[in-house]
Design a protein around this ligand. Sequence first.
Ligand code: HEM
Length: 162
Amino acid sequence: MLFYLMHIIHIITVILWIGGLAFVTMIVLPMAISTPDALQKVLMFQRVEHRFAKIARAYNLITGISGFIMVFLMGWHKLLFTRAGIPLTFMTMVWVFWFVMLFGLEPIIIRKMLDNMAKGGAKMDIDGVFRKLNKMHYFMVAISMAAVIAGVLTAHGPVALY
Ligand code: HEM
């Protein structure tokens, strides 16, 4: 029963989280990029990113807690870093990457970068920074999709047979 509940919470959170990330990547960032005024561009993206990063931290924690509860309920922690546990290990690694990004790098690096751009924008290559941000966001969508595939393999692949 607890396993099913955790599974439902895991999936709903992943949908909201990665769906939100895809929305920021495919809708918000291109809109910001096509805004001609540099200050407007930075402020628009900064406001969205600040709000989304806060919610994404909650999504990250809920996904991780529900995931680890499922793993320990099933005794699958023994599969971590084994051949049979490759999808589970991969999913966990992507989660760790996100944890570091959201709790470590985002508040320090990304936030500071956006603040600096908002203050002294004229001297910076803002378009270049936004192109990099766009690439980085597509990379994060891609590895999150890979984690989803790893999750499906964990739930319905060989690991589920253990
Ligand atoms: C980026 C983070 C993560 C994403 C995007 C993600 C995504 C998914 C998805 C889509 C499934 C498929 C469920 C199904 O097909 O029914 C799944 C299952 C699962 N996830 Fe994750 N997950 C993440 C992190 C984690 C973490 C950190 C753990 C724990 C170490 C974990 C443990 C599990 C387990 C045990 C299942 C299998 C559930 C079952 O057998 O029914 N996940 N995950």
